[in-house]
Design a binder for this molecule. Sequence first.
Ligand SMILES: Cc1cc2nc3c(=O)[nH]c(=O)nc-3n(C[C@H](O)[C@H](O)[C@H](O)COP(=O)(O)O)c2cc1C
Length: 228
Amino acid sequence: MELRDALRTTGAVRAFLADPVADDVLFRVLDDARFGPSGGNRQAWHVIVLKDVAVREALGALYLDAWHDYVGHVLEGLVPFSPLASDDERARAARRRGDAVALSRPDGFAETIASAPALLAVSVEIGALAATDRDLGRYQVVGGASVYPFIWNVLLAAHEYGLGGVMTTVATRREPEVARLLHLPATHALAAVVALGYPQARPTKLTRKRVDEFVTVDRYDGDPFTGQ
Ligand SMILES: Cc1cc2nc3c(=O)[nH]c(=O)nc-3n(C[C@H](O)[C@H](O)[C@H](O)COP(=O)(O)O)c2cc1C
């Protein structure tokens, strides 16, 4: 497909047809995705293709458990897991867990992620990240840039092969349990769980900000960049 179309239409897909994703297709997706960039070109990611039903279900249970945390934040009107959330906000979100569990639907994505046609756990070697902002005394964001472009490439490549999917991160809330389940070495962090499959429906018009809403000239508070 055209690159511009791919960029503009690769939205999150969380509902899949029952068709399996053949290993050779998944291999081709990963074979294309591996050309993503990383700090120092260290390519410190590792992908685990989850096939074992028991492992998938165990991971799915951890995902759902963490998802309830997420929904608790949403119910409180918070940005889920914001690094700047106060202790009070976090406590309020935690108190909504029961409500979040009550909202669970058996056919929801979080409830059924274990049966996604293809399920990948992506980890990254922490010591290989180029975390150039590590000494700033604020929350660090740069390290993740050594793994998430690769994961995004997986989703773009999947689109080319007729697949859809979503990168998910809530399972990182349960990283110790996931690490035990998947035998992740202590040197690795869980970066994402990626679900892929042939979409039941594909989004065509994504809700995204306009360029002039987030691009300015010369300064953060400069004029909006309109391209005119
Ligand atoms: C870093 C990151 C973490 C995400 N984590 C989750 C997640 O844990 N669960 C989930 O269902 N979607 C997750 N998403 C998908 C986002 O919700 C989705 O990309 C966004 O809402 C845009 O949705 P759209 O493409 O349908 O417009 C994540 C996306 C990113 C980039």
